[in-house]
Structures are given as C-alpha cells and as structure tokens.
Design a protein around this ligand. Structure first.
Ligand code: IPE
Ligand code: IPE
Ligand code: MG
Length: 239
C-alpha cells in the first residue's frame, strides 16, 4: 500500500455512495448483477487507496432499505455477493488490519448472512488501520426510528436526550461524522444515506460509475475537499 499523502487535510471519515453498477454493466451489454460483481471487486483497491491517503474510516453504501424493492433475482444476487465476499475476503482484510463495522438493520437479513456479519465484526473488532463500515440494509430514516425506539426502551427522559446522546444510539455510534461524501454514478441526491451524520459533510459527485472509480478519481475528490471552506455556520476565519 502507498503511504503518506500530499494533502494538507484529508477526511477522517469518508462516505461513498457506490452508485452506477447497473448502468456500468448495461453499457457493456452485461446483466446488472455482473455490474454488482464489478462493484464489489472495486472495494478493495479503493480501501487500499484510502489507507494510503490517510483516511481512517470509510463507510460504503452497499444496500439500502429501499433496494429490497428491486427485482427478487437482483436482491438475492446482492445478498449472495455479500456472503461470498465475506467468505473470500475476510481473512485477508483481517490480516491487513481492517476493522469491519456494519451500519444497518439486522432484521430482514437472512439468518446465515447475519451470522457471517457478526463473525466478521467480532474477528476484526480490535483492528486499527482503517475502519470499513458497510452500510447494508441501511436507511437513514430507519436508523433514526431505531434510535428513537431504543431510547424509549432504555427509559431516557426528555432532558437526557441531547444531540450527542442521540448520535450514540445511531448505527454509527462511536464513529465521528463523515467529513466528505462521494457519490459515483452522476446523481445529485442523498438516497437516505447518513442523513443525520452528514449534516455538515462536504459532498462530491462524479459521473463515473462505481466499478470505474479508481485511485485517481479518489485523489481528485480529496483535492476538491482540501480546497473547500468548511464554515460550520460560522464566518470565514481570517487567514
Ligand atoms: C449501486 O448501483 C449498487 C446498489 C444500489 C446495490 P446500482 O445498482 O444502483 O446501479 P445503477 O444506479 O442502476 O446504475
Ligand atoms: C443508493 O443507490 C444506494 C446504494 C448505493 C446502495 P440507489 O441506486 O439505490 O439510489 P437511487 O434509487 O438512485 O436514489
Ligand atoms: Mg443506482
């Protein structure tokens, strides 16, 4: 892996909406599922590039709560892909110091795959090189509803609930908010991704389909991020 970075500032936590797999495949006359396979194959190199640039946490949007509405064959293909990827890549990710996290609802995921996910989290929980947070069966609204339910269940009183306390109840509890969100595939929308956590994230959209998004594209996004003036509601600090 490359080390060091030429950037004055890099995101601590990067989020990526990995969009455009289907169109990437269709443009090649291939079925959509082969696009998803191409997309999965692209995760590892982008993860390595992220480590090289000094990013500490990478959240990838892999399957949304809305994606269940796709044709059953595509949904089951995506489930099989995650299962296969864990089976094939877990040992290597672990050996490379990757801490895997999951953001999303476990309910709804097939029990065997749930177990694979739990095993992956358990195996890698002490790894420190980079956090790979997989947003799978993830929806920002579902996440907020789940947090509210748990807060009620825990018996918190209205005055106990602050923004910090609430954030700890989200699937991402303990992770700092994302600094930059990249969306591939050319759309300019959130699609229910990290809607609480990205309140002050910078956004970057590229028309490149996810399977073609490479280290050079990531470098361009980071370059763009470096030049952003993040004001967080304040006025620009005089230089
Ligand atoms: C993103 O690619 C992957 C998932 C949503 C699972 P798409 O499958 O949405 O690809 P397009 O947007 O249809 O090209
Ligand atoms: C967002 O992409 C979800 C993932 C990348 C997993 P979609 O393709 O599902 O989003 P829309 O339908 O274009 O908003
Ligand atoms: Mg899409």
């Amino acid at each position: 892996m490359t080390s060091g970075t030429s950037f004055r500032r890099v995101p601590y936590h990067l989020g990526i909406v990995m969009d455009g797999n289907g169109r990437w495949a269709q443009a090649r006359g291939m079925p959509r599922l082969l696009g998803h396979r191409g997309g999965v194959n692209n995760i590892r190199p982008v993860l390595e590039a992220s480590v090289g640039f000094g990013i500490k946490a990478l959240t990838i949007y892999a399957f949304s709560t809305e994606n269940w509405a796709r044709p059953p064959a595509e949904v089951s293909g995506l489930m099989k892909l995650l299962s296969e990827t864990i089976r094939r890549q877990l040992a290597d990710l672990h050996a490379n110091g990757v801490q895997i996290r999951h953001s999303g609802r476990m309910a709804g995921i097939e029990p065997g795959l749930q177990q694979q996910i739990r095993d992956a989290l358990e195996l890698t929980k002490n790894n420190q090189r980079i956090i790979l947070n997989v947003a799978f069966n993830y929806g920002g609204r579902a996440e907020i509803v789940d947090a509210v339910r748990q807060i009620i269940q825990d018996g918190l009183k209205p005055d106990d609930v602050s923004e910090d306390v609430f954030a700890r109840y989200l699937y991402t509890g303990g992770l700092p908010d994302p600094d930059l969100i990249i969306r591939t595939g050319g759309e300019y929308r959130l699609s229910n991704f990290l809607i609480w956590q990205a309140a002050y994230a910078e956004y970057y959209a590229t028309p490149t389909f996810w399977p073609d998004f490479d280290k050079e594209e990531l470098r361009r996004a980071l370059q763009d991020f470096e030049d952003r003036d993040r004001r967080f509601g304040k006025v620009k600090t005089p230089s």
